[in-house]
Design a protein around this ligand. Structure first.
Ligand SMILES: [Zn+2]
Length: 143
């Protein structure tokens, strides 16, 4: 993504200021980022989160993701956050996955070394699940 694209996206985001786009105070993460899914888009699944899941995602952002991002000091990508039942089934998620409640996120920094460092940071933050997935391709964390 080049600089112009980033500026264009920032303007678009500012113009379409809905609650889903609103960032937490001084946060790097949005509810929309934790909700979007290319699989849902492809399959026509409506992955709109219910209020309770939005509340859980706010907690996940404030207590885990943002503190981790600050310590990590570089971008952290969310591969998957909230999943409705249909989406969870489509991606082969386990039946009682915390993703269904908006309590979990699958994270990736772009390198195994970065993921290793992020994993060590997440160990020191609140969590109920912390999993090094598929040899470190991504990290699953749930609050
Ligand atoms: Zn996960």
């Amino acid at each position: 993504m080049n600089k112009h694209t980033i500026i264009a996206l920032s303007v678009a985001a500012a113009e379409a200021a809905t609650p889903l786009d609103a960032k937490e105070a001084a946060s790097h993460f949005t509810i929309r980022e934790l909700t979007r899914s290319s699989t849902a888009t492809r399959l026509g699944i409506d992955n709109t989160p219910p209020p309770v899941a939005i509340e859980n995602m706010h907690r996940l952002i404030n207590e885990v993701l943002e503190p981790a991002r600050i310590q990590f000091g570089a971008p952290i990508y969310v591969n998957s956050g909230y999943r409705c039942q249909a989406l969870n089934k489509a991606v082969g998620g386990v039946a009682r996955s915390y993703h269904l409640q908006g309590r979990a996120a699958d994270l990736n920094t772009g390198s195994t070394e970065g993921n290793r460092r992020l994993f060590e940071i997440l160990r020191t933050l609140p969590h109920r699940e912390l999993i090094w997935e598929r040899g470190g391709i991504w990290i699953h964390v749930a609050l």
